[in-house]
Each structure stands twice: as structure tokens, then as C-alpha cells.
Design a protein around this ligand. Structure first.
Ligand code: GDP
Ligand code: MG
Length: 437
């Protein structure tokens, strides 16, 4: 899905001005990409309409970077589709908090129950796992094994007792032992059937859980969405956990579930190990699908902080390698508007903050830097390579600094020049529509 969407959108990125036809064409491709990724048909239709409505406005069309604006709109709408914000576990104000896990066989309930319990333990809670799957051979043993790995106690009563009674006994046990989160692992079936639903409903009625979390296998795509719809209708769920995202190349389930059921995806599992569980962040998932890391945030920041005209001039200078110390001074002032430098650098894919260790931007430094640059001749500012030790001495005396500080500035200038080259290379990639990793 990522690749297809990127392709569809990259055509827009390169264009200076867009008309309605450009957007229409790109949206047709986006639509196909989403359908191929097994996103629910109705969801796709609404999504495309929403994007179009926003993209065809004059504000976007007349902006400096209409292509990028449309990409941003697609990104926003994808985020919205998946629920906008992270949805956290609802903890009861009078513990224990009860979490009922449900889902089809093999979806990952037992594994995910253990993963969840481990994450609660890390938050200094005292979870208890409860074995209510009495049907699948060795299901109890499986929970005991993963429970041990997670170092979380497991409550079980064998497979001769009714799951509803096990659940009741587990609640008593948990209260007595000071467990503040009780996670009930239940049985699944190959398909949804009435018996299973009735049993889950009984457990739910008896325990009155804070959370009924449906575990679905993201690799099953549209089936996962249908399962979610049915479970929600029959049982009522409070959230979804998407498993096996590590094997899901299409992303259709992640994109449709929220829109179809109106229930949030709370976690995603991306591997078999106990650590492989993450809270679900719709915005991160959206940019992952669009394949561009936090570049969008960076574009947003840059657009608001950097004067577009100046940025264009700068780009021209960088391209022709005419970036001078005067520009450097200008640039340092602009960078200040962007926010903490290390934060900015963290958003540039492939560039780590180590590269900028020597670039320190604070007020005092700026005053000094200004003084040093102002003590240079015009020629020196154009071509710092001519600054030998004699010139350095003169500059340091003239600016009331010392040789080390002059050296430091020259080094910073070099680093910045390198970094600015990174920025422009990135810009070029955008124009060509190249993929970002
Ligand atoms: P249950 O029947 O719903 O309890 O499912 P299980 O917890 O027994 O999981 C079924 C299989 O899926 C097991 O082999 C798990 O190791 C595997 N599994 C669960 N979650 C994930 C995941 O996020 N990624 C991968 N690759 N495998 C998973
Ligand atoms: Mg199981």
C-alpha cells in the first residue's frame, strides 16, 4: 500500500500548480491503492470524498507547494480515519480493572494477553492472567508458559470447570491478592458461533469488565473487519488489538476497523515476542503508510518558520555552492525560529543528531558569532578557506574573542553547510517524488 500511495502522490508533488483534474487523477489512483489493500469499500469512498473536498479549495491550489499540501491532507485524513488520537486502557477507579480478551482462534489472544500483562507490570501494576480457554488442548499450559515469561501469575482451574465460574473465582482470588488488573484469556472458535458468543456474554455479564478487547489478525484484512463488526454487534467491544502487523503488507484492516466499528484500535502487535506490543498511534501509522517518517511535521514547521522567499534564495545558493558566512548568520537566525535544533535534526530521516554535535545555537553564541563574522573581510566571508592563522589572529582580536572561538565558528560553518546540503537533497527528492526511508 505504501508504495502505491507514494506513487500516486509523487506525481502531485512535482507540480507547481495543480488543477482539479490533477487532483482527480491522483485520487483515482489513491482509491485503487486503498481498494487493493483490502480497505473497506465504503470507507474508501468517504475517504476520497473528504480529501477531494479539502484539496480542491483555492487555498491549496494557490499555495506555494500545492502538491505537498495535498499529501498533507491525505495524511491528515488517514489519521482521522484511524481515530486521530491514541486510545488508552480505561482503568477502573476502584480496582481491579477487568479486561476481557476475545476473538477467533489463532488471532493471538493468549500471546497478547501475556504481552499486555507485561506492559502493565512495567507500569508497576499487579496484573493477573486468567485461563478461561478450557476447550483448546494445552491452552492453559500455553498461558502458564507465557505468563512465566512475563513474570505474571496465572490463575487456572483446569478444564473441567465452566469458564464463567473460573472467571468468578479469579476475581475473588485477584481481590484477595491485591491484583489491580485482571486479564481474562478466553477460547476462540474458527468461526463466529452462537455458543462462543453466549459464553463470552455470560462472562461479560458476571464480571462487568472495563475493557472488552477484541484481538484480530491484521493479515486477514477485510475478514478482520467483518469479525470486528460482528463481535461489536453481538457482544459489545471497547477496543481492538491488531496482531501480526509484522506480516501485514497491506494495512487494510488497520485502516478500516475504526471507521466501520467506531471502536478504537488500542494496541498493535508486531511479532511473537512479549515485547512486540505497542500502543496504537493513528498519526504514526498514517505516516508509516505514506512512508515518510516525520517529514510532514518538518515541512509544517519549516513552512511556518522560514520565509519562503529567503528559503528559495538559500536553496539557489546552496545548489551553486555559494553559501557564505553571511548566509550562515542569516540561517542561524532562522533556525532559532524552528525550535530546538536537536529536535529538528531528529525529524530528518537518516540524519542523526551526532552530525550536529558542534552546532550550538543559543543567544550568547549568536552574539559572538556575529562579532566574529563582522570582523572578517568581505573576501573572507565569501571564501573562508583563505583564513590562515594570521587572519584568524586578526579576526579574534577584532571581535574580542580568541583563536579557538574563531576555529569553532569555522567548523560550525562547515557542519552547517553539510547539513544544509542534506536539506536541499531532501527537497530534491521530494520534487522527484523519490521515496523516503
Ligand atoms: P489465540 O488462539 O487467539 O490465543 O492465539 P495465540 O496467542 O495462541 O497465537 C496464535 C499464533 O500467532 C501463535 O503462534 C503466536 O505466536 C502468533 N502470534 C500472535 N501474535 C503475533 C504477532 O503479532 N506477530 C506474529 N508474527 N505472530 C503472532
Ligand atoms: Mg489462546
Amino acid at each position: 500500500l505504501s508504495e502505491k500511495l507514494q506513487n500516486a502522490l509523487s506525481k502531485l508533488k512535482g507540480k507547481g500548480k495543480l488543477n482539479e483534474k490533477d487532483v482527480d487523477l491522483a485520487m483515482r489512483e489513491v482509491k485503487l491503492a486503498l481498494l487493493e489493500a483490502d480497505v473497506n469499500f465504503k470507507v474508501v469512498k468517504n475517504f476520497i470524498n473528504d480529501v477531494k473536498k479539502r484539496a480542491v479549495g483555492s487555498e491549496v491550489m494557490n499555495s506555494l507547494t500545492p502538491g505537498q499540501q495535498v499529501v498533507k491532507i491525505v495524511n491528515d485524513e488517514l489519521t482521522k480515519l484511524m481515530g486521530e488520537r491514541e486510545s488508552k486502557i480505561n482503568f477502573s477507579s476502584s480496582p481491579p480493572t477487568i479486561i476481557l480478551m476475545c476473538g477467533l482462534q489463532g488471532a493471538g489472544k493468549t500471546t497478547t494477553a501475556a504481552k499486555l500483562s507485561m506492559s502493565f507490570k512495567k507500569q508497576n501494576r499487579r496484573p493477573l492472567l486468567v485461563a478461561c480457554d478450557i476447550y483448546r488442548p494445552a491452552a492453559i499450559k500455553q498461558l502458564e508458559v507465557v505468563g512465566e515469561k512475563a513474570q505474571v501469575p496465572v490463575f487456572s482451574m483446569g478444564d473441567k470447570i465452566n469458564p464463567v465460574d473460573i472467571a468468578k473465582a479469579a476475581l475473588e482470588h485477584g481481590k484477595k491478592n491485591g491484583n489491580d488488573v485482571i486479564i481474562i484469556d478466553t477460547a476462540g472458535r474458527l468461526h463466529i458461533d452462537e455458543d462462543l458468543m453466549a459464553e463470552l456474554e455470560n462472562i461479560k455479564n458476571v464480571l462487568n469488565p472495563e475493557e472488552v478487547l477484541l484481538v484480530v489478525d491484521s493479515m486477514t484484512g477485510q475478514d478482520a473487519v467483518n469479525v470486528a463488526e460482528t463481535f461489536d454487534e453481538k457482544l459489545g467491544i471497547t477496543g481492538v488489538i491488531l496482531t501480526k502487523l509484522d506480516g501485514d503488507a497491506r494495512g487494510g484492516a488497520a485502516l478500516s476497523i475504526r471507521a466501520v466499528t467506531n471502536k478504537p484500535i488500542k494496541f498493535v502487535a508486531m511479532g511473537e515476542k512479549l515485547e512486540d506490543l505497542e500502543p496504537f498511534h493513528p498519526d504514526r501509522m498514517a505516516s508509516r503508510i505514506l512512508g515518510m517518517g516525520d517529514v510532514l511535521t518538518l515541512i509544517e514547521k519549516a513552512q511556518s518558520a522560514i520565509d519562503a522567499q529567503k528559503a528559495m534564495e538559500l536553496e539557489e545558493k546552496l545548489r551553486t555552492q555559494q553559501f557564505t558566512l553571511d548566509d550562515f548568520l542569516d540561517q542561524l537566525d532562522q533556525m532559532k525560529n524552528l525550535g530546538p535544533l536537536d529536535q529538528i535534526v531528529g525529524m530528518i530521516p537518516g540524519l542523526n543528531s551526532k552530525a550536529l554535535k558542534n552546532v550550538d545555537v543559543n543567544e550568547k553564541e549568536l552574539v559572538k558569532i556575529k562579532a566574529i563574522i563582522q570582523s572578517m573581510t568581505k573576501k573572507e566571508r565569501q571564501d573562508p578557506s583563505i583564513i590562515d592563522s594570521g587572519r584568524k589572529k586578526r579576526i579574534s582580536v577584532g571581535s574580542g574573542t580568541n583563536i579557538q572561538e574563531v576555529n569553532k565558528l569555522l567548523k560550525q560553518f562547515k557542519e552547517t553547510k553539510k547539513m544544509m546540503k542534506r536539506f536541499t537533497d531532501m527537497g530534491k527528492m521530494f520534487k522527484k517524488g523519490g521515496g523516503m526511508k
